[in-house]
Design a protein around this ligand. Structure first.
Ligand SMILES: *Cc1c(COP(=O)(O)O)cnc(C)c1O
Length: 406
């Protein structure tokens, strides 16, 4: 490119989703025409879309039980509560995650204990080992779809009597060593919110093999005594044991959302492949950029590349800000987890002042360099290649410049 030519810019939207598939729209219309949107409002012999969704997702993940709820955050607090976590209990969780994770712990009155993050953007297993005596529950967030070495993680937790609940908001459709995420711990929690892997606006799913946890979760979600209308819940005898002692903390999913979701779940593997295709184009385009570190992915990890991260490790803040500014001017929206103040969806463990923590120097170094970008499926491969060229050019320009305000 010559000095005078206009630099390429990207004009697409980083927040534009694909439309709901036709089959989902048709199923939604059917629910709307029936007027029976509430999951327990069924006609004679009718199975509700919500109950069918639970049955579908249990089968898809291989879990015995599944519960559909109002949000991913609700699924997490419901799983914690159903597992007996209560006020004052300490819960280990990731220092690098999104605000609903410590929020779900706070929702049951428990106290988050943050565990550090590595340059691979996964939970620091040495730090987990060091803190293993501080709690008997881990709310593990597979943040941005990065899966830790789950074999080692489970070995640490099993040896210390730590139960694990998985936050799979970014790993629906992902697996470690052939085992789906959400199937390692006592429960897996998913979000079906617009920015995740399936889109019902808002919504969540909880899976488990533990019958008592499942029954408590169903009661908590607001089943009244209608739990027998569930198709992926334990038998009546388990409910008999918990129904008088489990409060109703209303958070059900409705049939409209369930109807929209079922065809999307059926397409998940195809969508994951399309995301990964885009991810690899961006990753290849960024590889070898001076000053920029690609996030290493373990071959045992089958991830879903719905977003991509890279590191500007040990860059001074004004230089990172210059990269963000210059990319934004060319239409590329990057998010930074290292900013002093939480912005948009980015915040970090020291932003959550209701949950005091000690500083973690190695994690702070990583967090200061984490740049994050969404990869909606509305991007084409050409879009992805263009975005990578823009980031590469601007990171290189700032990296090579001696001026701080590059
Ligand atoms: C979105 C998200 C959640 C919560 O999901 P909601 O459905 O928005 O409540 C939890 N954890 C992570 C990492 C998320 O990104």
């Amino acid at each position: 490119m010559t000095e005078t030519s206009t630099p390429e810019t990207f004009t697409g939207s980083f927040t534009q989703q694909e439309p709901i598939p036709e089959a989902g729209i048709a199923a939604a219309m059917h629910v709307l025409q029936s007027g029976r949107l509430h999951r327990y409002n069924t006609g004679p012999g009718e199975l509700s879309e919500a109950a069918l969704l639970e049955q579908d997702f249990a089968a898809q993940t291989g879990a015995n039980y599944c519960l559909a709820v109002a949000s991913g955050g609700y699924a997490m607090s419901c799983a914690l509560r159903a597992a007996g976590v209560g006020p004052g209990d300490r819960v280990l969780t990731n220092a690098f995650t999104l605000a609903p994770v410590p929020g779900a712990i706070a929702a049951v009155g428990a106290v988050p204990v943050f565990v550090g993050v590595t340059e691979a953007l996964v939970i620091d297993l040495d730090d987990l080992q060091a803190k293993a005596d501080q709690a008997d529950m881990l709310m593990l967030s597979h943040m941005r779809g990065h899966l830790a070495d789950m074999d080692r993680l489970m070995a640490i937790c099993d040896a210390s009597g730590i139960r694990v609940i998985e936050d799979c908001a970014h790993t629906m459709g992902a697996s470690w060593n052939g085992v789906p995420s959400g199937r390692f711990g006592i429960a897996g929690c998913y979000s079906t919110q617009t920015y995740k892997h399936v889109n019902s606006g808002e919504g969540g799913l909880l899976i488990t093999d533990n019958e008592e946890l499942a029954a408590r979760a169903v009661m908590l979600s607001g089943s009244y005594m209608l739990y027998e209308r569930h198709l992926a819940a334990p038998g009546r005898e388990i409910f008999e044991q918990v129904k008088y002692v489990t409060p109703n903390m209303s958070g059900r999913m409705d049939n409209l959302r369930a109807a929209i979701l079922r065809p999307q779940l059926a397409d998940l593997a195809t969508q994951a492949a399309r995301w990964n295709d885009r991810y690899r184009v961006v990753e290849d385009g960024l590889r070898g950029t001076p000053g920029l570190q690609i996030v290493a992915r373990d071959p045992r990890e089958a991830f879903v590349g719905s977003s991509i991260q890279f590191l500007l490790l040990d860059w001074a803040a004004p230089r990172v800000e210059a990269v963000l500014r210059r990319c934004a001017a060319r239409g590329v929206e990057l998010k930074w987890f290292g900013g002093a103040e939480p912005k948009g969806f980015t915040s970090r463990y020291d932003s959550w002042r209701y949950a005091p923590s000690e500083r973690m120097a190695a994690s702070d170094r990583v967090l200061s360099g984490v740049i994050d970008m969404r990869l909606p499926l509305t991007f084409t491969r050409d879009d992805c290649a263009l975005i990578a060229r823009i980031i590469r050019a601007e990171v290189s320009a700032v990296f090579q410049s001696s001026r701080l305000d590059a």
